[in-house]
Design a binder for this molecule. Structure first.
Ligand SMILES: [Zn+2]
Length: 96
């Protein structure tokens, strides 16, 4: 499987480290809303289809990137730098 790093170009997946679900949004640090923290820490959408993920090019430039990967086919349809906005508004969960 190849992942196209926005900084380095196409590289083998072995150069990358999965960093987690890219859909989560951290609650404000001072919030005492335990439900929001519980959702942030434990809830995952686990789609069968396109999924926003965060990967790090750990054996390359070490930058974090957003990846849209289909969980059924492993096809990657989008990669971009992690800095510069949250991707959830573009790809959220499985295709219908
Ligand atoms: Zn890179």
């Amino acid at each position: 499987m190849l992942i196209t790093c926005p900084y380095c170009g196409p590289r083998d997946v072995s150069e990358f480290t999965y960093q987690g679900d890219g859909n989560r949004q951290r609650p404000a640090p001072a919030t005492k809303d335990l439900g929001a923290w519980n959702e942030y820490v434990y809830d995952r959408i686990n789609p069968a289809g396109d999924h926003n993920e965060i990967w790090q090019h750990s054996s390359g430039c070490r930058m974090h990137i957003h990846v849209v990967r289909n969980t059924l086919t492993h096809e990657i349809t989008d990669t971009r730098p992690a800095r510069g906005g949250h991707p959830a508004s573009r790809h959220h969960g499985a295709k219908s």
